[in-house]
Design a protein around this ligand. Structure first.
Ligand SMILES: [Zn+2]
Length: 314
């Protein structure tokens, strides 16, 4: 008994130094020092690509999650509080974020990825949603679907990481430059893919208005029964109008989205007598190991599915 107690006592004495040793060892092995938290999974991947092994990245809205209607948990507040860096999209995409940050007591640096970009505007007269209101017109927050505008996201994130961790500033800027070049390559590939299709074929339907930037970039007509946020329900009138439009214009590409319930699109496809072309990744990645677990994979997958569905014979 005495021997056991002695052993326990020795273990307790050792606990302190052992822990410090483990920490020092972990740092020597290149364990990330900078803790970043992104508001949603797509942004988290981009931060991870630029941050490399110097940054540990977590996300608030998880893979497959809908950021428009997200409800932060007490664990989210703790995660924000312990982060050095918070990366948000901006353009009023994360309507719940300010309250979460205030409640968490976060003292770190905040990066707004969309800062300085010229946003796409959606004019009023559409189904009401909760986007940023400028007398009827709203800024579209889904900038990630335009790889040209994403060059600014990459610069903002690389600069933000460099400011938060100046010792590795060159590392972040170099990775940012390489990642921006990769996005440019994907953009050129996508442009060439869509260019193979006659303009009349470049029409698609998704559930909410998430793909406006992609539509503008590659001259696609993208329609959706729901507005820029998934928060508001699609009106019966908007659904009926869309079904008439699909029939009249013979739209072939009708898609589910990974962040919303497929029921409405199923109903629309059934009534318009078209086949659903599968699933697009609108506002979130797939879980790790899935088909769209990085932003680049997600983008390529979306373009491939759109092109395939659009070139079907009508
Ligand atoms: Zn959205």
């Amino acid at each position: 008994m005495i021997r056991i107690l002695a052993a326990l006592f020795a273990a307790l004495l050792l606990a302190g130094p052992v822990q410090a040793q483990a920490q020092a060892q972990a740092q020597a092995q290149g364990t990330p020092k900078l803790k970043a938290i992104a508001s949603f999974s797509i942004l988290a991947d981009i931060v991870a690509q630029i941050g490399g092994d110097k940054v540990a990245v977590a996300t608030l809205v998880p893979a497959m999650g809908d950021a428009h209607v997200y409800q932060p948990s007490p664990a989210d507040a703790r995660a924000v509080a312990s982060a050095d860096l918070l990366v948000a999209n901006g353009l009023n995409f994360e309507t719940w974020l300010d309250r979460l940050v205030a409640a968490s007591g976060f003292k770190g640096r905040r990066i707004v990825a969309a800062e300085g970009i010229r946003p796409r505007r959606l004019d009023g007269g559409h189904d009401h949603d909760h986007g940023h209101d400028h007398g009827g017109a709203k800024d579209d927050p889904h900038v990630w679907h335009d790889l040209q505008r994403m060059q600014a996201y990459v610069t903002n994130i690389a600069n933000g990481l460099a400011a938060a961790d100046p010792a590795n500033a060159d590392y972040y800027r170099a990775r940012g430059t390489a990642y921006a070049a990769q996005l440019k390559e994907v953009d050129q590939w996508a442009a060439a893919e869509f260019a193979r299709l006659p303009k009349a074929y470049r029409k698609a339907i998704s559930q909410h208005d998430a793909f406006g930037y992609l539509a503008d970039r590659y001259q696609i007509e993208f329609l959706a029964p729901q507005g820029m946020s998934t928060e508001s329900e699609a009106s019966a009138e908007a659904v009926a109008r869309l079904i008439r439009q699909i029939k009249r214009q013979r739209v072939q590409a009708v898609f589910f989205e990974n962040v919303v319930n497929p029921r409405l699109i199923e109903q629309i496809a059934r009534e318009a007598r078209v086949k659903v072309g599968g699933r697009l990744y609108s506002d979130a990645l797939s879980p790790p190991g899935g088909e769209a677990d990085s932003f680049v994979k997600m983008y390529r997958l979306n373009v491939g599915r759109l092109v395939e569905a659009m070139q079907r014979d009508s």
